[in-house]
Write a protein that binds this ligand. Structure first.
Ligand SMILES: [Zn+2]
Length: 170
């Protein structure tokens, strides 16, 4: 009985060895397919030329690299990853944060008025996917302006500064 068991295990081992050898031989023998082509190659077909040119046009069209700001977080984002406000129907209540922004005071006598509406950049007309997904869950996006990141609009006097002037006030 013992002798039979030993014989069985020996057979199993030898079969495993054979399988391994076969696999190794297969790996060794698989050579890249040799492609016989005429030289010089034929000119590209009209279809191939059309595919190459239209692919280039699609990859370099303005929609692939144009950017715009997100009204919620203010970050420049690819236009292809933004949605226009009129396309989305969501609640902006999570963006109401009276502690994050105040209405600009024109004189010293003006009272401190908090902003009681959603804090959005008025110059931006789009919303990015990250902010949109957070607002759909009724949560304030982490990088939103309403999350104490709104510093207000840049004053006119500081808009057109030269590099040297920027360095002076930095
Ligand atoms: Zn955003």
């Amino acid at each position: 009985m013992r002798h039979l068991n030993n014989n069985k295990t020996y057979q199993e081992k030898s079969q495993k060895k054979k399988r391994k050898e076969k696999l190794a031989n297969k790996k060794k023998t698989t050579k890249p397919a040799v492609v016989h082509s005429a030289f010089p190659p034929r000119p590209a077909s009209d279809h191939l030329i059309h595919c190459i040119i239209s692919g280039f046009c699609n990859d370099t069209s303005p929609s692939q690299f144009e950017e715009a700001g997100c009204a919620v977080c203010g970050q420049l984002t690819l236009l292809s990853e933004l949605k226009a406000f009129n396309e989305v129907d969501i609640c902006y209540d999570p963006l109401i944060n009276s502690l994050a922004a105040k209405i600009e005071k024109k004189t010293l006598d003006d009272p401190d008025n908090e902003v009681r509406s959603p804090i959005l950049d008025p110059d931006c007309l789009h919303i990015c996917k990250t902010c949109l997904s957070a607002l759909k869950k009724n949560k304030r996006p982490l990088k939103s302006l309403a999350n104490h990141l709104w510093i207000g609009k840049v004053p006119e006097a500081l808009e057109g500064l030269t590099y040297g002037e920027k360095m002076l006030i930095a």
